[in-house]
Every structure is written in structure tokens, then in C-alpha cells.
Write a protein that binds this ligand. Sequence first.
Ligand code: ADP
Ligand code: MG
Length: 347
Amino acid sequence: MSKPTLGIIGGGQLGGLLSEAAKKIEIKTVVLSDDKDAPAKHFADIFIYGSYNDQEVIKKFINIVDLVTFEFENIPFNVLKKINLEKAVLPKPEINKLIQNRLTEKDFLNKYNIQTTKYALIKDAEDIKLNENLIPGFLKTCTFGYDGKGQYKLNNIDDLNNNIDFTKEYILEKLINLKKEISVIITRFGHQKYEIYEPIENIHEDQILKNSKIPAEISEQIIKKSKNWSMTISEELDYIGTLCVEFFIDKNDNLYVNEIAPRVHNSGHLTINSHNISQFENHIRAVCGLEKIETKKLYNAKMFNLIGDNISNFRGKTFKNNEFFYDYLKTEIRDKRKMGHLTIIEK
Ligand code: ADP
Ligand code: MG
């Protein structure tokens, strides 16, 4: 059987890094993006620019690919469902629908006795007052948030300002007294067939990931529990491909799932250099039905996100042989925008 051509919806850095990984194993990629300057344009074999709601654009995309995956979860469910009628979309569009809403996502987790922070659906200011027990907490839009966007930290009930747009639905989450944040990246190939990376320790600043490292400095018990929960999640979702589970660990060493990303994840960038098979290559192998290769760690590693202006300090620099610099080639430097990353492996 000849190798399939993979369609990727979304043209950000994750789409770019997926395309690079695909090239390595001779899989052709077609990236579809609604941003004409999307970074993945530089890495995909074919780049299609257009709106996700434009039928002609979608038709053109479908016609030249064998199957479809995506690099961000905020694609309208109806778009994925429609594509899925003609070419398989993996992971399944229903998974996206469940996870792209913070409320249904948390309900799903609790159904399997996976601990999350306490939460409530918020439709108006009155609902917040009724859930005062969840303050201090975070008010987050139920859908379409990322990198801390659409989030308000409420230290007390008076922090509630009048600028909150209640035409949208929100979730109020109780603040966790954080000791650490970790993530587990898992690639599921089929029933009980996984490749799972060891937990990655993550540091956030202003709700944006700043750096990641392996090994995470956590107990054996948390390693086991976080991996087990990640396996349960991917199995119960009947997931195909790479998925990331973000966790909170509180000051008393309790573990909570923060959120699930139904895609490759920023914290897994270090796997490109630390492992024999990266999260990107595993994703492509799983969705394209290629061989599952035992994934092994080669080196401990640290990854630093280069956000906003900071990228300028790295462009044109020479690096040591254990340092790997990735420039997402975004046309415009913007504050709080992920522009590239640097991974340092321990040799
Ligand atoms: P996003 O979808 O933008 O990644 P998250 O829900 O993961 O949003 O929140 C981003 C970051 O904000 C988290 O990684 C964490 O550092 C902080 N945060 C979010 N919710 C909570 C919470 N309930 N308690 C403590 N910290 C939180
Ligand atoms: Mg997050």
C-alpha cells in the first residue's frame, strides 16, 4: 500500500511541526488554514488558504487528501463532521465536540472518577454569587479559549467586573493551590495499544506555558496515577492519535486533571529531541495506520518557549550541539505570542 496524503486543519506551529515530522517518514501533507501567513505554510507540501466555512475551499482540500487530522481543537464541529463524511477525520470529530467545551470535558472526566477542580456553569453574574464557594477561582469561557485567553481570575466576589460578556457561557473553577503542573502525552493506536511519554513538568507564567522539562520532579505514585488516568481517558474516548492531558498537583500532593488537548501539545516539543519518536511522528503513525514503534527516551531535556520579542535574541545565534532552536517563522512578532522554542538535551 502506498503511503496516504495527510490533510491537517490549522496552520500554526503545531501544524508546522507535524508537517516536518511527516516529511521525515515520507508522508505528504496538505495544510488548510484561514491565515494566509500561517507558519505551517513553510513546512507543508501543499498549503491551502481559505475560510473553514467556504465549501469550495473544503472541497479542494478533501479532493487532494486521503485522511484528515487537526492541530487545534477550536474547529467548528459541523465542519469536521462534514469532512468526515468523505474522508476520515482522526481523532473522531465527536471527541473534539466533547473536549472543546470545558463543561462537557469536566463532566466526562468525573464520570470516570478522574478528579478535577470543583466547577459550575455560569450564565450570568447572579450564577457567580450563587457559587461563591468556588472563589477564589477562574472564570473561563466554556469554548474557544487558549493560552489564558477568555479567562478572568477572581480573587474575591468584588473582582467581578461589568465587562464580562454574558452572551457566552462560562465555567467557574475553584483555584487550586498549585505546587506543580505536569502533562502526560499519549499516542493511542487502537484498543489498549499506546505509546506513552513520561510526565513532563511545566512552568506557566500569565497562564502561558513558559518551559517544560523531563524528568518531572514528582513521586512514583503521581507518575503512575497520571499515566493511568491518561490511558483511561484515551481508551474511553476511543481516541486515535496523540493526546495531551494537563494536570495540577496541589500543595498536598493531590492530582487533578486540568484539561485535555485532543492534539499534539506545546509541552511535548521536547520529544523531538529527547526521544527516538516524537509526539508528532507518533501522531502521524497512529492516524495514518503506520507501524507502532516502541518509543524510548534518549535524553533528559528542557524546553523553553520563546514568546514575543524574546525570539530576536535567538535568531541568527549559533547553538551548541545539544541545543535545538525552532523558529515558527511567524511574520509578525506580537506580545504573548509563541514565536519559537529552544530545547536543550542533557548529553
Ligand atoms: P488554556 O486553555 O488557556 O491552556 P488552562 O485552563 O489550561 O487554559 O489555564 C491555563 C493556566 O492557568 C494553567 O496551566 C494554570 O497555570 C492556570 N490555571 C487555570 N485554572 C486554574 C485553577 N483552577 N487553579 C489554579 N491555576 C489555574
Ligand atoms: Mg491549558
